[in-house]
Design a protein around this ligand. Structure first.
Ligand SMILES: [Mg+2]
Length: 329
C-alpha cells in the first residue's frame, strides 16, 4: 500500500501503535503538539516541523528570509499549543547545491528572526545538500509549568478559539488565483508570512490553571478539532455562527464568489489555539485575556459525550482541513 492511500493519520496511528507507552520520564510521547518530558519540577517540550518546497511553500511566493521566519514561527506554535514558552530552536536544512549563498544566509537569518519573535534563538542544526527541492526541518524546545494536552477535556466544558480565522486560507486562495504576495492586503500578507504563535495567551492563561485541553490550528479548525475530540474521547459541538471570521476573509470570500464560513473553518496554518475550559472559568479567562493584553478568545461550542465534531447553525459540505498525503489545497 502507498502512503497516499493510507493517509498521514493512518500511517501515524501505525507508528504510534508500535511505540512503547509510559516510558520513564515521559509524560506524553507522540500524538500531541509536542512531546512532554519530566525535567525537575518542570516539563520539557520538544516538537519538530518539516517543510518542503513545492508542498508547503513556493519560492515565487516567499523570499528565503521569509521561508525561514515562517518555518520558525510555525514550529514554535506547537509549544504555545502545549501551554509552554520557547527555549531554543534547531534547524536542519537541505539546500539544492546551486542555491545562492546570500539566499542560504537569508534563510538562516529568517530562522533566527522567527525564533526571536517567539522568545528564543536558533541554537544549531544540520546542513546538507538536497538532490531535489529545498527542505527544512525545525525542532523547537520549550518549557512549561503545566501542560495543555489534546486529551484533557471532558463533557460539560466550553470550547474556545483564539483570534479570528480565515486570513490564511484567503491569502492562499488569492496567491493561487495569481495575486502576488506583495499585492496581498497587509493583514492577509502578515498572517501568511508571519503567523503569531499564541504565547500571549499562554502568559495570560497559564497562571489560572484552567485550560484542560488545547491544540494549535494547522490543518483547519474542523480538522484540528477532530484530533482534539478523538484524543479526549468526546464530541465537540461547534456553534458555527459563533466562529470568529476575520473581516479580510469575509471580503476575500465575497470577491472570489465563495462563502466565508467554510473558508474559515478549513483555513489551515492559522496557528491560533482551540482550547477547552470548565464552564465556571469563563469569566476568569475573559478577564485574564483583557488584563494580559492577549489576543481575544471566543466561545464557539461545548464538549459533550460521544465522538467527532457536530457543526450546528450552518449547512456545510463534509470536508475540511487536509491530510499531508492527500491533495494539496
Ligand atoms: Mg500543532
Amino acid at each position: 500500500m502507498r502512503l497516499d492511500e493510507l493517509g498521514e493519520f493512518g500511517f501515524l496511528a501505525r507508528v504510534q501503535a508500535a511505540l512503547p507507552r509510559g516510558a520513564p520520564g515521559v509524560l506524553l510521547g507522540s500524538g500531541d503538539d509536542a512531546a512532554v518530558l519530566v525535567c525537575g519540577d518542570n516539563y520539557l517540550l520538544v516538537s519538530t516541523d518539516a517543510m518542503v518546497e513545492g508542498r508547503h511553500f513556493r519560492r515565487e511566493w516567499l523570499a528565503p528570509a521569509e521561508i525561514g521566519e515562517r518555518a520558525a514561527r510555525a514550529a514554535l506554535s506547537d509549544l504555545a499549543a502545549m501551554g509552554g514558552v520557547a527555549r531554543g530552536l534547531f534547524a536542519s536544512v537541505a539546500f539544492p547545491p546551486d542555491t545562492d549563498v546570500a539566499d542560504a544566509e537569508a534563510l538562516a537569518r529568517g530562522l533566527e528572526t522567527g525564533a526571536v519573535a517567539g522568545g528564543a534563538h536558533l541554537l544549531g542544526g544540520d546542513l546538507i545538500a538536497s538532490p531535489g527541492p529545498l527542505f527544512l526541518d525545525v525542532t523547537v524546545i520549550g518549557e512549561a509549568t503545566a501542560v495543555w494536552p489534546r486529551g484533557g477535556t471532558q463533557p460539560g466544558e466550553l470550547l474556545l478559539v483564539s483570534g479570528e480565522l480565515g486570513r490564511s486560507a484567503s491569502a492562499l486562495a488569492l496567491l493561487a488565483s495569481g495575486v502576488s504576495v506583495a499585492n496581498l492586503r497587509i493583514d492577509l500578507r502578515e498572517r501568511f508570512l508571519r503567523p503569531q504563535p499564541a504565547f500571549d495567551l499562554v502568559a495570560a492563561l497559564q497562571p489560572l490553571q484552567v485550560v484542560t485541553a488545547a491544540l494549535d490550528l494547522s490543518d483547519g479548525l474542523l480538522a484540528d478539532l477532530g484530533h482534539l475530540a478523538e484524543s479526549s474521547g468526546v464530541q465537540l459541538r461547534v456553534n458555527a455562527p459563533a466562529v470568529p471570521v476575520a473581516a479580510a476573509a469575509r471580503q476575500t470570500a465575497a470577491n472570489l464568489g465563495r462563502e466565508a464560513l467554510p473558508l474559515a473553518l478549513a483555513s489551515g496554518e492559522e496557528y491560533e489555539l482551540a482550547f477547552t475550559i470548565p464552564r465556571e472559568s469563563l469569566e476568569a479567562v475573559q478577564q485574564a485575556v483583557v488584563q494580559g493584553g492577549a489576543r481575544p478568545v471566543t466561545v464557539i461550542g461545548e464538549v459533550v459525550s460521544g465522538s467527532g465534531i457536530v457543526v450546528e447553525g450552518a449547512d456545510l459540505p463534509r470536508t475540511a482541513g487536509w491530510d499531508h498525503f492527500g491533495d494539496a489545497p
